[in-house]
Design a protein around this ligand. Structure first.
Ligand SMILES: [Zn+2]
Ligand SMILES: [Zn+2]
Length: 305
């Protein structure tokens, strides 16, 4: 498998001279299984626009184009590139779009296609020329054919967000795009009027169980792509409950799960190249003495699995 990062930035595209090295496009990763000639795309942030352009350049005019697009969830930074993904306008393109249903009454097609209405965009969803199938995902195991397996797990985010574990030919690639540590939802402060010792105990147990399940979900991965939007200090000061992880937690998670390589991902849109370099110097240089290689994902970076 060969993986390429097309967008690594969270929340909103961040163009500008201070964002050139790591890139300003929002989330999109391409996973190619070369011996099967299969292409998996994980999320459709603004990075998917360049990927679509490259796919169109590579193929012959009459050649059909096939891709499986997996959406972790439908927050805007993960889908805003979809209307600019050129293959959706091609008759000979066949796309399967997988994702969790996150609005009870609306289908995945309606949620994603909501961007393609005259209110927001000059072309409507009904005008797309590609053949597109929408497939709902829940937590579970999926056989994607050709020996390719997918396991999904709900993460901790304000909107249902799925973690993915792709396995093929003994190689494992896991993603946790938008998530933060599971924590006790009930107060543990006996002086708080809402304190209930039983609920506090059960809340702690539930959080511990979910964190253990995540550890197992990532275990032994050759590559884990993990949310690292904040530093621990930022998280503790003001960002707890926002649905994103401190990078220190992402590193601890990878070490606990004995992951070979950890790609820190979903960079804060305010974090400049110089600041990311500084964090990399502080947090990634220990890798030589450890079994887990840690790096900050950069747009255009390729990882062989
Ligand atoms: Zn996001
Ligand atoms: Zn999100």
């Amino acid at each position: 498998m060969k993986l390429k990062f097309w967008g690594v930035r969270g929340s909103i595209p961040s163009p500008g001279a201070e964002f050139v090295k790591y890139g300003g496009n929002t989330l999109c990763v391409e996973l190619c299984i070369e011996d099967l000639d299969r292409r998996i795309i994980i999320d459709a942030g603004s990075g998917i626009r360049l990927l679509g352009n490259e796919l169109m350049c590579k193929k012959a005019p009459a050649e059909s184009l096939r891709a499986d697009i997996f959406l972790t969830h439908t927050h805007l930074d993960h889908i805003l590139g979809f209307p600019f993904f050129t293959p959706i306008f091609q008759k000979n393109a066949r796309l399967n779009i997988y994702g969790p249903v996150t609005c009870e009454d609306d289908s995945l097609e309606a949620v994603l296609g909501g961007q393609l209405s005259y209110r927001y965009f000059p072309i409507r969803q009904a005008e797309l020329a590609a053949t597109i199938d929408y497939i709902n995902l829940k937590e579970g195991e999926y056989d994607l054919g050709d020996g390719l397996q997918l396991t999904t797990k709900y993460l901790n985010h304000p909107l249902l967000c799925l973690g993915f574990r792709f396995e093929y030919n003994g190689k494992i690639c896991c993603t946790a795009y938008d998530t933060e540590p599971f924590q006790n939802l009930f107060t543990t402060d006996p002086h708080d009027p809402s304190f209930d010792p039983l609920m506090a105990h059960e809340g702690a147990a539930a959080a511990r169980d979910e964190n253990l399940r995540l550890k197992k979900f990532f275990s032994g991965a050759d590559l884990l792509i993990h949310d690292a939007q904040f530093t621990q200090q930022e998280y503790d000061n003001a960002k707890r409950g926002w649905g994103h992880s401190p990078l220190e937690y992402a590193i601890q998670t990878a070490l606990r799960s004995q992951v070979s390589r950890l790609a820190l991902f979903h960079h804060d849109p305010m974090r400049t190249d110089a600041q990311l370099d500084q964090l990399a110097h502080m947090h990634c240089d220990f890798q030589a003495s450890d079994s887990t290689e840690v790096f900050f994902a950069r747009e255009g970076m390729v990882v062989e699995l």
